[in-house]
Design a protein around this ligand. Sequence first.
Ligand code: PLP
Length: 405
Amino acid sequence: MAHHALLHPFCFAAKPESEMIKVVRAEGSTLYDDQGRSYIDGLASLWYCQIGHSRPEIADAVAAQMRELATYHIFDPFTNEPAARAAEMIVERSPLVDGRVFLGCSGSEAVDTALKLARLHAQRNGEPQRQIVITRSSGYHGTNFGGTSAQGIALNREGWGELVPHFVEVPHDDIEALATVFAQHGEQVAAMITEPVQGAGGVFPPPEGYLQGARRLCDSHGALLIFDEVICGFGRTGEWFGAQKFSVTPDLMTFAKGATSGYQPLSGVIVSRRVCETFEEPEFMLRTGYTYSGHPTTAAAAVKNIEIISEEGLVDRANHVGAKLSEGLEALAADGLIESHRGTGAVRAAVLDRPAMNVRDEMLQRGVIVRPINNALAMSPPLVITDDEIGRIIDTMEQALRTTP
Ligand SMILES: Cc1ncc(COP(=O)(O)O)c(C=O)c1O
């Protein structure tokens, strides 16, 4: 077999390029391939395209920024206006309004930075023994070494040799198990990391009171709470961040995806005032960061994207999208076609009585994209998706469920 140069992520490496779907164009919630076929994008690409595809406002903002200052770094002593403005707009919308924002490109970079900052906070507070990070099963925190070590999807952790030490996983739905780990290792725990709603692991909203319980345990044992908001952030749950949806304030929050609706690769960590204060002594230099931290063009995309989300009321619209999806899924459950459904805001999953891959494939054939995760079909559409398009997702799921083993 002749190998193509492009090595795809999360893909069988032997799969020929010719078998891939070549996406050539997208608009709103619809994608088009090179065969002229169209697809409803029920996952907003990879859970990120809140404002829908190919919005000219972003293209214009990015082009204008590129003509003025396409790129320059923000390591000491440099800064730029779009990066500072994006940070300000993000922190203002978070529950950590007096905090600060560190910028990167990918969710994985944000996660690894948050993990480093949590350890650094303990070191600088005179508690160097605090190195443990508690994680939850079914969590997904990206694929850098820190995030790989933190994630609760076992297959993704295998095959890379030894991972980062001092990560302790608890079953994701068991607050007692979390309390036990704190009781055993409390003095050694730097932080707990969790998604508010677990996404890539299968769309699991937190059990009632779980995040509040985690907050209390972190507080009583002197550990930080990190919310990985890479999927939940920027309106996906029906609030700007999952933290606000569940009324729990973490110490560090990661974000990516919806920050630019994916138009440019931008991520970051929102750092609470309390944590910032351990770094803000005049003689202390923060020795971490990325070449593209604060990249002005990605920041310009974020500024325009956040303006669009705000002006078009898309945070609130996530609740409407979620209610419509949920209504459709409820009907499928009532007909006995699915076992159940779950989700928060505009991130939802249908739970089947069998592995979901064949149903996903049939839906793809019929022009609708959803994501199979074990026995679940995950959905996280653009927040601008119309009711008709949501109807098409549900109708197509019904047809696929009726015709697929
Ligand atoms: C919760 C969460 N954290 C981190 C990541 C990693 O982000 P990236 O793929 O941009 O590195 C993802 C990606 O899906 C995610 O869902």
